[in-house]
Ligand binder design. Structure first.
Ligand code: CTP
Length: 405
């Protein structure tokens, strides 16, 4: 505990550039759907696009500050920090003007400067009048961008803003999202699902200053929460003591003891689809902890009593559509046998049993173990990252939910 801050792989940060087309209002929906799929979105509008959708709307929808110019928040050098931290830039809608400016390497506002300064993949979603789209100037600019590795979607054909129709319509949101998923290599397999992940180690109070704790850092649970967010889930982390972390987009409930964790999980599980019980929960607590500090002269021993088994209690009540993943930490050699026993005892769908002999696993990035399932062959992990295990758990849970329909 209290080790290095827990960091997460890149992959969720998107810059959504918006230029001055009437389709700007459709990007409000695109923004929302990107968020539903686990992306963290910073909106960078051009100044003239604010005539269609204002800054306040973008700030409210994204929950992040919005600038159009490099001169706003100049101390944070926004274009460089945005360009560095983003994993994908989407310009939607992209007008003939912004396409031209990007193709010519212009950097005359925050959006074009960010595009020029970033090595992230770039997706351009044009929307404009057919004459402007078909104009050789625009077509040449689009060809230039494609040669340079930009992905430029074809606009759709149909009714335009005025009475006329033709090619130039902003593509439907699902079409844009499927291109985004293929670039970002994400699959929103848990979209709309509520996932609870417990993480870290509980602390059982002895007195005002002492507790019984354990060596869990929370890394495995937080890696699962991160992967669930990337799969589009609505994620609640019930966090006991962990190494420091920041996990944007997750709802965090901080607890200390096993009893507090039980209360939080039971309340959250009622409308949840998935519980991943990766916390190291103390099996015992001090029967009567002292409000004040116990002086050593007054100390006469500790009476420990059993804590409830949270996952077993929740497992006993789980509904057919709900999926539970339990964990086990073992130091013996018959991991599979011990794990199978716990999987059944806790009525879990999956159980990741890891070998913690010799202090392995706790606080480290690397893990070895077995992912057991109620109805499939175990998956073996040997010296892999906790994110690899997290990805497999999220994949297994998604498949199980899918099979439930
Ligand atoms: N667990 C729980 N509530 C407890 C203790 C454990 O929900 N009071 C959960 C853990 O989060 C984990 C699983 O039960 O998902 C297995 O924990 P582990 O400590 O390995 O197993 P125990 O059942 O406590 O058995 P033992 O300590 O005897 O090996």
């Amino acid at each position: 505990m209290n080790g290095a801050p827990i960091t997460f792989p890149r992959g969720r940060e998107v810059v959504l550039g918006v230029s001055a087309g009437i389709a700007a209002y459709k990007s409000c929906e695109l923004l929302r759907r990107l968020q539903d799929q686990g992306f963290l979105v910073t909106v960078v509008p051009t100044l003239s696009s604010l005539n269609f959708v204002g800054k306040a709307t973008w700030e409210a929808l994204s929950g992040r500050p919005v600038s159009t110019s490099v001169w706003e928040n100049a101390d944070s050098v926004s274009h460089v920090s945005l360009a560095d931290k983003c994993d994908l830039i989407i310009v939607a809608p992209a007008t003939a003007d912004v396409i031209s400016r990007i193709a010519h390497g212009r950097a005359d506002d925050l959006l074009t400067t960010t595009v020029l300064a970033s090595a992230a993949p770039k997706l351009i979603v044009p929307a404009m009048h057919p004459q402007m789209w078909l104009n050789p100037a625009t077509q040449d600019n689009v060809a230039t961008l494609r040669v340079r590795g930009f992905i430029v979607m074809e606009p759709e054909t149909g009714r335009l803003t005025g009475k006329d129709s033709g090619i130039g319509r902003f593509p439907e949101t699902p079409k844009i999202l499927s291109v985004v998923q293929s670039i970002a290599k994400t699959a929103p397999t848990l979209e709309g699902k509520k996932v609870i992940v417990s993480a870290g180690g509980t602390r059982e109070p002895i007195d005002a200053v002492r507790f019984i704790g354990n060596r869990s850092s929370g890394r495995q649970g937080l890696a699962i929460a991160y992967e669930a967010l990337r799969a589009g889930a609505d994620v609640t982390v019930v966090s006991a003591a962990t190494d420091p972390f920041e996990l944007e987009g997750a709802h965090i409930i901080q607890v200390e003891s096993a009893e507090q964790m039980k209360q939080a999980i039971e309340a959250e599980f009622i409308d949840a689809d998935v519980l991943v019980m990766s916390a190291a929960v103390a099996d015992f607590r001090v029967e009567e902890s002292s409000i004040g500090k116990i002086k050593k002269e007054a100390f006469s021993g500790l009476k420990l009593v059993r804590n409830d088994d949270i996952v077993a209690a929740v497992g006993a009540k789980k509904l057919p559509h709900q999926v539970i993943v339990a964990f086990a930490a073992e130091t013996a050699s018959n991991l599979a046998e011990l794990g199978e026993k716990k999987l059944r005892a806790k009525n879990a769908d999956f159980l990741y049993v890891n070998d913690v002999s010799g202090g392995a696993v706790f606080g480290q990035e690397i893990t070895s173990g077995l992912l057991l399932s109620m109805d499939g062959a175990p998956k073996v992990f040997h010296n892999v990252s906790k994110h690899d295990v997290a990805q497999e758990i999220v994949h297994s849970v998604s498949s199980r939910l899918e099979s439930h329909g």
